[in-house]
Design a protein around this ligand. Structure first.
Ligand code: G3P
Ligand code: MG
Length: 253
């Protein structure tokens, strides 16, 4: 199957520029853009009323002034939450981003996005896929979109959507399993996304030799990660793209 011609960057801002602004918010994406980052990674989930929102955790307690499970809250309820003040007073008043408002911002800024389908235990991955894939594909050109997940069934379901043969899918792994390649082939993955501290050199070589771009999360220790570039890693998700960029530039001097 043909994949889109994606220009993968060295750095991807993880949950937006999440060391400079509250993660997964419009503010974090604007901060990434201001720092010169073209790609952001964002997590998507469904609220109880079916609204797709940009959010990482199962509940809202860590990153808002409220409480409750995402899958039990409505859009009207999450609009009451302050999702910025926990991070810094400067972000007081920040609201949870819907997928719709986030895609509008990404388009306005001309950015590209890796959307992670965040399916917590016991959640309905099918409903999430069916809700978000049509929105993503109508909002963004295939060259500016990667959809990833730890959940194989969800990625498989993505391919059932109209025109989704050309959608770039990223297979996420915490540790690279022995059957990683057959999993990737099953969904016709475009890329492999791994938790880097558990990756050995031979893993990186195997993924690269098989022709898959290898994206590593979450790289906040630039010097510890340095060998991975030489081994062939394509891109790094980082909470702090400015620091990682400075480090990489300093290595070239
Ligand atoms: O998509 C890479 C990374 O975001 C996966 O882990 O928990 O940060 O969503 P997490
Ligand atoms: Mg994520």
């Amino acid at each position: 199957m043909m994949h889109p011609e994606i220009l993968l960057p060295t750095l991807i801002a993880h949950r937006g520029y999440s060391s400079a602004a509250p993660e997964n918010t419009l503010a974090a994406v604007k901060a990434a853009h201001d720092a010169g980052t073209q790609w952001v990674e964002l997590d998507v989930q469904l609220l109880g009323d079916g609204t797709a929102v940009i959010w990482h955790d199962k509940d809202v307690s860590r990153c808002s002034d409220g409480q409750g499970d995402i899958s039990r809250l409505s859009w009207a309820q999450v609009c009451q939450l302050d999702v910025g003040e926990w991070f810094d007073d400067a972000f007081r008043g920040e609201r949870m981003a819907s997928l719709t408002s986030m895609l509008a911002l990404v388009n306005t800024l001309g950015m590209s996005v890796n959307i992670e389908l965040k399916i917590h235990k016991g959640r309905d991955g099918e409903a999430l896929v069916d809700q978000v894939i049509p929105s993503l594909m109508s909002a963004l050109a295939p060259e500016r979109l990667i959809v990833s997940s730890f959940n194989m069934q969800a990625l498989q379901r993505c391919r059932h959507h109209a025109n989704a043969q050309e959608l770039a899918l990223g297979m996420l792994f915490r540790a690279l399993p022995a059957d990683w390649q057959s999993q990737c082939e099953t969904i016709d993955a475009y890329s492999v996304h791994c938790h880097w501290p558990r990756l050995k050199r031979h893993h990186v070589k195997a993924v690269c030799d098989a022709g898959y771009p290898l994206l590593c999360y979450t790289v906040n220790d630039p010097s510890a990660f340095q060998p991975y570039w030489a081994w062939g890693v394509t891109s790094a998700f980082t909470d702090d793209p400015a620091t990682l960029r400075r480090y990489l530039n300093s290595q070239q001097d």
